[in-house]
Ligand binder design. Structure first.
Ligand code: NAP
Length: 261
């Protein structure tokens, strides 16, 4: 019997890319996974897909920018599966451009989606989700190597992810005596729908092709290729395990050597 059997894991943004593979792996490890994203239809399809693979999954529409939605989501998980053992704050968006031209709306939405959301979800899981009354727990925040180094034309994104790393370190230290660990996973370039949108954005900004941007990005990665969502999920799965009990307040890269700090 796996040490994760019957544990409940919440994953935000789990209908695509990294979140989907994290949900799949945690479910394969024996977690009951509860997933959320804004598009209800995609949540339903993803739940169906995971169940068809023999996994325990359920979920609900969720907008991590909306406190009422976050509350309803966590309550929904508790009603369905019981109190929460693992939270993966994965939902996020890209966004940037020349900083002088960035509108308030874009700046605010990137910070709200990527950073404020992590606070909102975490607070709700600790309270409504019952995690703070347990003697164990796992909070795993999907940050980015852009949370450790500046990304040109990505000031709001980089700022939001640096914020996630700071939140992780502070909360990890705060909760360490309780048995709840808090860590950030920092992917570099990962082949997902978001990565495609990012390449489109840079191709437009530099007036070149997406293929040229792909080549430029790959050349920066010592491994020579993008990471896969499964490779990022692998670290999430490890951090969720009992063996990872002494890893807390860390920001760990999965990036093919792109960042080496
Ligand atoms: N791909 C990369 O190269 C890369 C690198 C470093 C870090 N990351 C980080 O990894 C995470 C996942 O990225 P990904 O590449 O897997 O992205 P993705 O393929 O675009 O998937 C994003 C997921 O988040 C959901 N989502 C977006 N906004 C949301 C909101 N306001 N509320 C709830 N769910 C929301 C999306 O569904 P809906 O649109 O239906 O809501 C989708 O399920 C993000 O935090 C991203 O910043 C990615």
């Amino acid at each position: 019997m796996s040490d994760t059997t019957q544990k409940v894991a919440l994953i935000t943004g789990a209908t695509s890319g990294i979140g989907l593979e994290a949900a799949r792996l945690l479910a394969k490890q024996g977690h009951r996974v509860y997933i959320g994203a804004r598009t209800a239809e995609n949540v339903a399809v993803t739940v169906k897909t995971l169940r068809a693979e023999g996994l325990q999954a359920d979920g609900k529409e969720l907008d991590v920018r909306d406190t009422a939605s976050v509350k309803a989501f966590v309550q929904g998980a508790v009603d369905t599966y019981g109190t929460v053992d693992v939270l993966v704050n994965n939902a996020g968006r890209s966004g940037g451009g020349p900083t002088a031209d960035i509108a308030d709306e874009l700046w605010d939405d990137v910070i709200d989606t990527n950073l404020n959301s992590v606070f909102r979800m975490t607070r709700e899981v600790l309270t409504t989700g019952g995690m703070r009354d347990k003697d164990h727990g796992r909070i795993i925040n999907i940050a980015s190597t852009a949370g450790k180094q500046g990304v040109v034309l990505g000031a709001p994104y980089s700022a939001s992810k640096h914020g996630v790393v700071g939140f992780t370190k502070a909360l990890g230290n705060e909760l360490a005596p309780t048995g709840i660990t808090v860590n950030a996973v920092c992917p570099g370039y990962v082949e997902t729908p978001m990565a495609q949108r990012v390449r489109q954005g840079y191709a437009a900004a530099y007036d070149t092709t997406e293929a040229a941007i792909l080549q430029k990005f790959q050349a920066k990665i010592p491994l020579g290729r993008y990471s896969t969502p499964q490779e990022v999920a692998g670290l999430v799965g490890y951090l969720a395990s009992d063996t990872a009990a002494s890893i807390t307040s860390q920001a760990l890269n999965v990036c093919g050597g792109l960042g080496n700090f």
